[in-house]
Write a protein that binds this ligand. Structure first.
Ligand SMILES: Nc1nc2c(ncn2[C@@H]2O[C@H](COP(=O)(O)OP(=O)(O)OP(=O)(O)O)[C@@H](O)[C@H]2O)c(=O)[nH]1
Length: 404
């Protein structure tokens, strides 16, 4: 028996060490071997140092207990390859995402369907035989009902009223052109809506996606991964929505469908900052173009939200600058969405808005109200539940869809 004791102790020690490695899964698309130079046409020529970067597994240390506040620098979690089924994921075939060019136009029918009350209503009013005070009141009401906001509504009505008066026009096509012009001005075609998704300074672009629960964050990260893959970017996802394991699996499945790996923890309530850190670390080591981090939105109060998001950002910034913080808002929630936006803007520096579920509301005016309230552009819009129903926002195409 005494002879067996060292063997049993050795087996127990191995089980403990291996057990400690399981919680963070890095589901890899490509090998972690050396990249000797630029891999894509879109990689900068000096992206990889001569000889490349050798990616080694970090030394395994104990995994932070669920809910503990451990800065990832003291809790480096290892990268390990695990088969999809071992991570509890169904093995799904890899798809080719739809091209991004002209997507808003392709999804335009959805926008027209949900918002044509706005466009058609305005045009009907403005083409009436006599445009008197009552008509202007109704125009104002229609715009307010579409969630355009009080100030932009007054601005539009005043400006349109002046122009219609000066030109004395009743011609529907002419009135439509004036209305289009005023709406485009409000939506502001000059805002920079490009996404920061290029590697810089030898690091991937780092993107954090925030928003309250149910607005479509995870879905958006998944759809956006497809957009980036369609644009030939290498992407890693970080499932920092650790509130429930299902959210991480949902994200990993989105990634799998386009061959994008996901860094995740299988522990409910694991430290989100730790997962975010690991995702960025993996992104740097694997020299990807973009690391996208999904966060939780279920915090009960503003202080909790500030603490968690602040920590995720702070911890990630130990490794690389955060290039893009996208706030996801559900267009159907109207004023409520605006209030959420203001709370998030106090916590993190938002660089862009993703407006989801625009296919399910006649309140397209919220685009203007939100941009005005935050001074931040709407960069993407969600127009359905399908995997490619996310489109880069374009001011003119959006207004045209409202008016046609
Ligand atoms: N119609 C429509 N539905 C959408 C759109 N975007 C997301 N959804 C749906 O909204 C629901 C919630 O999406 P999730 O991505 O799980 O939302 P979340 O913000 O990550 O939620 P939590 O994980 O609970 O924090 C899902 O049923 C999505 O299919 C959209 O643009 N249009």
């Amino acid at each position: 028996m005494n002879d067996l004791l060292p063997i049993i102790l050795a087996i127990v020690a191995v089980i403990i060490v291996v057990g400690g490695l399981i919680p963070v899964f890095l589901k890899r698309r490509k090998s972690t071997s050396t990249y000797a130079g630029p891999r894509d046409a879109n990689d900068p020529a000096d992206a990889a140092p001569a000889g490349g970067t050798i990616v080694e597994d970090a030394p395994g240390t104990a995994t932070p207990a669920p809910g503990t506040v451990v800065e990832p620098s003291d809790a480096v979690l290892p990268e390990i390859d695990v088969p999809d089924d071992a991570a509890g994921l169904e093995v799904v075939p890899v798809e080719t995402p739809a091209p991004v060019e002209g997507r808003l136009n392709r999804l335009r029918a959805r926008l027209v369907k949900s918002n044509n009350i706005l466009g058609k209503g305005l045009l009907a009013l403005l083409s009436s035989d006599k445009i008197d005070e009552n008509v202007w009141d109704e125009v104002e009401e229609t715009l307010l009902l579409a969630d355009l906001g009080t100030e932009p509504t007054t601005q539009l009505v005043d400006s349109l009223r002046d122009r219609v008066k000066v030109l004395g026009t009743r011609d529907p096509e002419h009135v439509k052109a004036l209305l289009r012009d005023e709406l485009v001005k409000l939506v502001d075609p000059d805002m920079d809506r490009s996404l920061n998704v290029d590697r810089k300074g030898g690091h991937p672009a780092i993107m954090i996606v925030v928003g309250v629960n149910g607005v479509g964050k995870t879905t958006t990260v998944g759809k956006l991964a497809r957009v980036l893959v369609a644009e030939d970017k290498d992407v890693i996802l970080g499932a920092a929505d650790t509130f429930r394991a299902a959210a991480s699996h949902q994200l990993a499945t989105w990634g799998q469908r386009v061959g994008v790996p996901t860094v995740m923890s299988d522990i409910d309530g694991a430290d989100p900052a730790s997962v975010a850190y690991e995702a960025v670390k993996a992104g740097i080591e694997q020299e990807v173009d973009v690391v996208m981090i999904d966060t939780a939105g279920r915090l009960q109060n503003k202080v909790g939200l500030m603490d968690e998001l602040g920590k995720v950002k702070r911890v990630v910034e130990k490794l690389a600058e955060v290039d893009e913080v996208l706030l996801v808002l559900d267009a159907t929630t109207g004023q409520n969405g605006l209030n959420q936006a203001k709370v998030f803007a106090e916590v993190v520096n938002i660089t862009g808005i993703v407006l989801t579920k625009l296919d399910g509301t006649a309140k397209g005016g919220i685009v203007v109200a939100i941009q005005k309230a935050l001074g931040v552009p709407v960069k993407l819009v969600g127009l359905g539940e399908g995997p490619d129903d996310l489109a880069p926002f374009e001011a003119e195409a959006f207004v045209d869809a409202l008016l046609n």
